[in-house]
Design a protein around this ligand. Sequence first.
Ligand SMILES: [Zn+2]
Length: 324
Amino acid sequence: MVQTFPTMRLRRLRRSQVMRDLLAENTVTLNDLIYPIFVEEDLDDFAPVDSMPGVFRIPERKLDVAIKEIAAAGIKAVMTFGVSHNKDDTGSDAWNRDGLLARMIKRAKDAAPELMLISDTCFCEYTTHGHCGVIHDGDVHNDHTIENLGRQAVVAAEAGADMIAPSSMMDGQVHAIRSALDSHGLGAVPIMAYSSKFASAFYGPFRDAAGCELKGDRKAYQMNPMNGREALRESGADEAEGADMLMVKPAMPYLDVLTQIRQRSLLPLAAYQVSGEYAMIKFAAAAGAIDEARVMRESLGAIKRAGADLILTYFAMDIARDGF
Ligand SMILES: [Zn+2]
């Protein structure tokens, strides 16, 4: 029989901090976090990203120093984004064996081999137009782009990337990358698919950080923020194509999507707390409106509670330094 008041008193279990700690259903540790980093070529000093307080573009030539610091802080995994000075209309530097993407992966893995390196796999930081692939007749050409994604993934994995994370939202991208990796003897390299990536306004500060040249928008390939069922189809497709892990991006405005995918898939699930989510917390705290540390913990805890196994967050270093 279901107890009710006055027998049932839920406040009994909230009486002390020890009790609350013992009964916490979720927590966040460094084992849950992936730290996204921006690496820029031909840059001398760490460059602050104005729209993301506390985030810096790392100069390629100082990447080893930064990576050693990140590993020493206890971070387990990073996701790498290149800030390219060698852009063209296809983003070919991203599959050039001497290009920024390959160089930064090698340098980071040499500096801290134990740090898991997940390579964001897309073209928007490497194209002059800022779109995530090859443009034909004013639109990103799906099938040419996924061929190029396969090339990029092979170069990244051969340079030492531990995981490939395709983020361009092309149809068939997971299949194309899996086939390319497998045919190059890289069958052991897993794929974390950005399976539900929305055409979100929360990415604003990232474009600043990544030096993206995009004019227009990505609504013809990223998902409509109004849609939830479509995210389930995208996730199902990626799983069927061989994804080892799924992702929802952004995180906090899409917790319902995260929960629904968690209920339908047995794959590990990641969520990306994006630049705009981070910036809102930082700027609101700087304005005195909220307590930064508490809101950060609450936001990450909510993402875990909604179903994420892993969280990509710019707060990772803060947590490594100060605890959760
Ligand atoms: Zn992209």
